[in-house]
Ligand binder design. Sequence first.
Ligand SMILES: Nc1nc2c([nH]c(=O)n2[C@H]2C[C@H](O)[C@@H](COP(=O)(O)OP(=O)(O)OP(=O)(O)O)O2)c(=O)[nH]1
Length: 150
Amino acid sequence: MTAPLPAAFRTQVVGAALLDDPHRPTAFLAAQRAYPAGLRGLWEFPGGKQEPGETCEAALRRECAEELGAHVELLAEVPGPHPQGWPLKDTAAMRVWTGVLAAGSPAPAAGQDHLAVRWVPLGDAAAALALPWIPADLPIVRALLARLTA
Ligand SMILES: Nc1nc2c([nH]c(=O)n2[C@H]2C[C@H](O)[C@@H](COP(=O)(O)OP(=O)(O)OP(=O)(O)O)O2)c(=O)[nH]1
């Protein structure tokens, strides 16, 4: 008997793990959500939902510009267990890319969507994982740390 195919996630979310340096990163950027109430105060990867007609990469560059006021260059995908990336809930999954600020970009800042942004050191995995992340993000943070500190 063959296993059933995994259902496609209805909502495609994209997230950025922005690095302080493309070659020798020492930190990545985390953002603290302002809303909705259930997620307020939790940390996440900046990003959001892909819009119709947009590639995931274009969606992610747009979200970073809208949310952080920053222009980003994407580097590589942090592959999740599904083609749509990392499961967030039954209906949504997130593809995550590493990236860096493009030359001349303003520094990323918390706009209306976030309470704060913070560079999280890669050298202290326990401290990075101790931040109150959106729970679905924890496996992604672990994979990112493993990938960047290997
Ligand atoms: N951006 C982002 N969303 C995440 C992460 N982890 C996680 O579970 N989510 C969830 C929260 C939301 O339900 C959904 C993303 O929605 P969003 O509110 O960021 O998307 P958006 O900017 O397009 O917002 P909107 O126009 O729908 O208000 O994915 C994460 O690391 N980053």
